[in-house]
Design a protein around this ligand. Structure first.
Ligand SMILES: *Cc1c(COP(=O)(O)O)cnc(C)c1O
Ligand code: SF4
Length: 326
């Protein structure tokens, strides 16, 4: 993977002055920035950088990935595990909170580090999968006849190898009560080349219905290469949905959200969820308060056909499903 990891290099590629960026985004000292970088390092694929506008301190793609000193400012209500995920594990690497659906943390790695990520403090090391853990996860799924849908999550599940994914998928498809495989991934958006013959080989399934939920937050993320990757996924018979996170300064305008819905629809992807930010420490500057989010969502409903309006949702620890607002 061809990644940019150095904030100064990223600014250089975009013809931006690093100190201007720090000043524009209320950063702390260079030491503060270094600490933010250390707590969750910069990681962004070059192809994604190529879609950022040069010379723009407020580029919506840039702001999703560049560490900022203010991530270190503590704020009441923002915590390390906002969804209380450390509480619901039927087996290592499995998270089950909702009836009938189980998340498998297929990979702890991500091709990109989104600064607002709700799993930025997740103890992935404790959930690193060995072959035995995979077997334990499969066994737990096989033993619970209520589980009809297996959801690959992470990290980004597509950062695992196709060899692993093909093997695991083959095992899952042999469990009679599982009818649907779902993949939550941002990889086709950030590294569209990831969708190739090897990945399509296991994504094409006869017995399982396959749903892919992409993660794109802004229309500028969807260029010709991404469109081509999505075309291949469509060709493989997948149902394609998208989830976004509502982010201050990135997509918190009705025009921007409407444009994203149309850009997705043009490629055959239906908008599914627009998530309120999970209150994870380090992401407070991306937060859009609930009342404002509901007003924005209402405005969006007045603008788009119903089928292009994503559901505005938030996760509430302990709830039996995501809570839909508005
Ligand atoms: C979001 C989520 C799901 C999927 O929920 P849907 O409403 O079916 O999209 C399943 N399990 C967990 C733990 C989740 O966080
Ligand atoms: S792609 Fe998803 S899991 Fe990975 S860093 Fe971004 S938000 Fe987090």
């Amino acid at each position: 993977m061809d990644l940019v990891r150095d904030p100064r290099e990223l600014c250089q590629l975009l013809q931006l002055d690093f100190d201007d960026f720090r000043a524009a985004h209320m950063d702390l000292s260079p030491e503060g920035l270094a600490a933010a970088q250390q707590s969750f390092e910069l990681r962004v694929p070059r192809s994604f950088v190529g879609r950022m506008r040069k010379g723009d301190l407020n580029d919506p793609l840039l702001l999703q990935v560049l560490p900022q000193g203010r991530e270190l400012l503590a704020q009441a209500g923002f915590t390390g595990d906002p969804l209380d995920e450390n509480a619901s594990h039927p087996a290592p690497g499995l998270i089950q909170k909702y009836h009938g659906r189980v998340l498998v943390l297929v990979s702890s790695a991500c091709a990109i580090h989104c600064r607002y990520c709700f799993r930025r403090h997740f103890p992935y090391a404790e959930h690193r999968q060995s072959r035995d853990d995979w077997q334990a996860a499969l066994q737990a799924i096989a033993q619970d006849p209520n589980i009809g849908e297996v959801i690959y999550s992470g990290g980004d599940p597509l950062s695992a190898s196709d060899k692993q994914l093909a093997w695991f998928t083959e095992q899952v498809s042999q469990i009679p009560h599982v009818h649907t495989l779902r993949i939550h991934t941002r990889l086709p958006i950030v590294i569209p080349e990831r969708i190739d013959e090897q990945s399509l080989a296991w994504l094409r399934q006869d017995r399982l219905k396959v749903v892919m939920v992409l993660h794109s937050n802004h229309a500028a993320e969807i260029d010709a290469e991404v469109a081509a990757a999505i075309g291949k996924l469509r060709g493989a018979g997948l149902v394609l949905l998208n989830q976004s996170v509502l982010l201050r300064g990135i997509n918190d305008k009705v025009d921007s959200l409407a444009e994203l819905s149309y850009a997705l629809f043009k490629q055959g992807v239906m908008p599914y969820y627009l998530h309120l930010l999970d209150k994870v420490a380090g992401a407070q500057h991306f937060d859009v308060p609930e009342a404002e989010a509901i007003a924005l969502h209402n405005e969006l409903k007045g603008r788009l056909p119903g089928y292009l309006v994503p559901k505005l949702a938030r996760e509430v620890p302990g709830a039996t499903a995501k809570v839909v607002l508005g």
